[in-house]
Design a protein around this ligand. Structure first.
Ligand code: AP5
Length: 258
């Protein structure tokens, strides 16, 4: 018997079914890929993720989005995470590892995943390695969104998001067609509670102290590719595409070393 949450395919518009069918056909030939995006707040991880997801047929797992959904739904996990998030501190390794472990089992992660905002501590990276080892797979590439701190305040304080889809806008760099309104649904945009100059300071502090060592962790494994995240969104996308198609290209080098 169908569960109450299952979708009756007869109710799905033909155009949506066709689009999904074509997407799946395109994805059949794609190789599996497991990517990590690392960078400070506002470096563009969330902006580049949809393009990478579509290009390689991966699922996009953003721990920040998952935690914000849990906070909004006031789940036990959300209640535990809220205080640290509001202050710009990291939530505990156990909480985030648990949600990632669960999320990776989704059918949409069949061809692999993009981890956005995870791992953020060396402890999380080690736990991830253990998890993947059990599945007999490994991380293919880590994209390091390298950028100077001084650029980030303007990006963070000008960001507006559509909470339901995760679509992100910027008042100056990526404005919506109508101010304060999502281009696709027409629903209102909001600003994240932690997107203030004051909370950004704590988030950057956490990044430099706890997350930068994660880049060294993967650098030693020879799988880091460094991006110039201060460039325009289009230029960053071009850098990602340059790295992406060939697994053996620039695995241990930065774009500068070409
Ligand atoms: P999270 O949601 O992961 O936030 P973050 O890492 O701080 O990253 P952001 O989403 O702020 O930045 P982004 O790089 O995605 O930037 P975007 O592309 O939107 O985490 C939030 C909190 O959750 C953490 O503080 C922590 O408490 C908790 N948490 C999450 N994961 C955790 C973990 N693993 N362990 C423990 N705690 C965890 O771009 C920003 C803006 O700039 C946008 O408006 C965009 O339009 C614009 N923009 C993007 N690229 C460009 C460009 N090239 N040029 C000009 N503008 C640009």
């Amino acid at each position: 018997m169908a569960s109450s949450s299952s979708v009756n395919l007869e109710d799905v518009p033909s155009e949506s079914l066709m689009t999904e069918l074509l997407r799946r056909m395109k994805c059949v030939t794609k190789p599996e890929k497991r990517l990590i995006l690392i960078g400070p707040p506002g470096s563009g991880k969330g902006t580049q993720s949809p393009m990478i997801k579509d290009e390689y047929c991966l699922c996009h797992l953003a721990t920040g989005d998952m935690l914000r959904a849990a906070v909004a739904a006031k789940t036990p996990l959300g209640v535990k995470a809220k205080e640290a998030m509001d202050k710009g501190e990291l939530v505990s390794d156990e909480l985030v590892v648990g949600i990632i472990d669960e999320a990776m089992k989704k059918p949409s992660c069949q061809k692999g995943f993009i981890l956005d905002g995870f791992p953020r501590t060396v402890g999380q990276a080690q736990m991830l390695d253990e998890m993947l080892e059990k599945q007999g797979v490994k991380i293919d590439k880590v994209l390091d969104f390298a950028i100077d701190d001084s650029i980030l305040e303007e990006r963070i304080t000008g960001r507006w998001i559509h909470p339901a889809s995760g679509r992100s806008y910027h008042t100056k760099f990526a404005p919506p067609k109508v101010l304060g309104v999502d281009d696709v649904t027409g629903e209102p945009l909001i600003q994240r509670k932690d997107d203030t100059a004051a909370v950004l300071k704590s988030r950057l502090d956490a990044f430099h102290k706890q997350t930068e060592p994660v880049i060294d962790y993967y650098w030693k494994k020879g799988i880091v590719a460094k991006l110039h995240a201060e460039k325009s969104p289009k230029e960053v996308t071009e850098e990602v595409q340059k790295i992406g198609p060939n697994d053996h290209l620039m695995l241990v080098s930065s774009i500068d070393d070409e």
